[in-house]
Design a binder for this molecule. Structure first.
Ligand code: HSE
Length: 433
């Protein structure tokens, strides 16, 4: 597209939508200098025109109907910043593509659910969908995978993909506070949504992982194949025990290739305190990629927020101006393989376990016997002190196992529960050494 103007329409004027307008207002000279293009906002649309906003919007043409903006004849690029996996976001993107407009979106939920269909529709209509802002905010991870590292066979990808969870886990560790206290603090500071369910239950990270896995492994998007576990069950006791063992607990999105099959997991993990990922604290995001030629690469930075996310939207705008024309998922759609997923049962790893068990003689012996019967070797077993549980004559016992698998761990935990009364289920956390 060698024209001197690019006409964009913005649907959704929340934090990121306002950020896009602000960047264009503040940096228009720099953008013009770099692109030789005048980017014009030909229309904006949101649920409520009169809502109080930080950015003045009166000079832009208002559309009550987002589809009218998406289908407007003069439009080149529709920027969808509404969010949500279905509903109006889906309708607007479909309308824009069907009217031969390029689409830029920050909507990971939409792409996780409808990406395969929407990318196909875009190919048919000879337009592109770009989505750098949908994954890890300002971190240029999609470009890195799609362009810079494209010649590599990627073997694994590990990401801290949710700033809310990373903030909560960091705050629990640094401030020695409970999960609920850390969540409240995150809400007060604006790092967690009023309803943080999607974040803390791992769905937001899983949406992002499904997109990253597709670009990394040349497979179609397979959100439903992701095994998802959030951070609600992580207690301060787990954080402190992990620290004692030389680990931090992080919510990781992990995609790994194993004998041509892909495993995709979002789950809390123990990572060594000195590892790169352990050092990504508070609301920051990071992605580690392992590839044939470069070995290992880590990208980190702000994974959310108005201007960081809007800056990623501009990376996509520049791609459209420069007609870079990379396949959206890094591989032409017709060359993507169907996802061949595998489950986690045979995955070999070390595990952290925390039980709350009766403080009576024979408990330790019972645990170690059951572990031995299930061929699990114990690297460490520690009885910890809990004033809270002391009255109930219960004690926390933490275990680090040597390498084993989920089948053996689940069987051993079931046997331990049968043999020793406990009012709570044990916490089982995989160790990503
Ligand atoms: N709610 C997300 C997070 C940011 O906490 O990381 C937007 O994806």
């Amino acid at each position: 597209m060698n024209k001197k103007t690019l006409k964009i329409g913005i649907v959704g004027l929340g934090s990121v939508g306002q950020g896009v307008i602000k960047i264009l207002q503040d940096n228009s000279e720099l953008i013009k200098k770099k692109t030789n293009t005048d980017i014009q906002i030909i229309g904006i649309c949101a649920k409520d025109k009169n809502k109080k906003r930080d950015i003045a919007i009166h000079k832009y043409k208002w559309f009550d109907n987002p589809k009218s903006l998406a289908e407007d004849k003069s439009l080149d690029v529709l920027i969808e910043l509404i969010g949500g996996e279905d509903g109006i976001a889906l309708e607007v993107v479909e309308s824009a593509i069907s009217s031969n407009k390029h689409v830029i979106t920050a909507n990971k939920a939409l792409l996780a659910k409808h990406g395969n269909y929407l990318f196909g529709l875009a190919e048919k209509n000879k337009v592109t969908i770009l989505y750098e802002a949908a994954v890890a905010g300002a971190i240029p991870i999609i470009k890195t995978l799609r362009e810079s590292t494209a010649s590599n066979d990627i073997s694994a990808l590990y990401g801290i993909l949710n700033g809310t969870c990373n903030y909560i886990l960091t705050s629990m560790e640094r401030d020695s506070i409970t999960f609920d206290e850390a969540l409240e603090k995150a809400k007060e500071l604006g790092f967690a949504e009023a309803d943080p369910t999607f974040d803390i239950e791992g769905y937001d990270a899983a949406h992002k992982l499904s997109i990253l896995a597709s670009v990394s492994f040349s497979q179609s998007i397979a959100f439903n194949d992701i095994s998802i576990q959030g951070i609600k069950n992580i207690s301060l006791d787990d954080i402190l025990a992990a620290k004692d063992y030389g680990y931090k607990i992080k919510l990781l999105g992990i995609a790994k290739k194993n004998y041509n099959k892909l495993t995709q997991n979002v789950r809390p993990c123990l990572v060594p305190s000195e590892s790169q990922l352990a050092k990504i604290d508070w609301e920051k995001n990071a992605v580690v990629i392992k590839g044939g030629f470069f070995g290992e690469l880590t990208l980190s930075g702000p994974g959310a927020g108005r201007l960081p996310t809007a800056s990623a939207v501009f990376g996509d705008i520049f791609d459209i101006i420069n007609e870079t024309n990379y396949p959206s998922l890094g591989t032409p759609l017709s060359n993507l393989s169907e996802n061949i997923s595998s489950d986690n049962y045979n995955e070999k790893a070390r595990f952290y376990l925390r039980f709350l068990l009766p403080d009576v003689s024979g408990t330790m012996a019972s645990i170690t016997n059951i572990m031995a019967k299930n061929n699990i070797s114990i690297d460490d077993i520690t009885q910890r002190i809990s004033k809270k549980m002391f009255k109930q004559n219960l004690v926390p016992i933490t275990i680090i196992t040597s390498t084993t698998d989920f089948v053996s761990i689940n069987k051993a935990v079931e046997d331990i529960n049968k043999n020793n009364y406990s009012p709570i289920s044990p916490n089982i956390i995989i160790i990503e050494d």
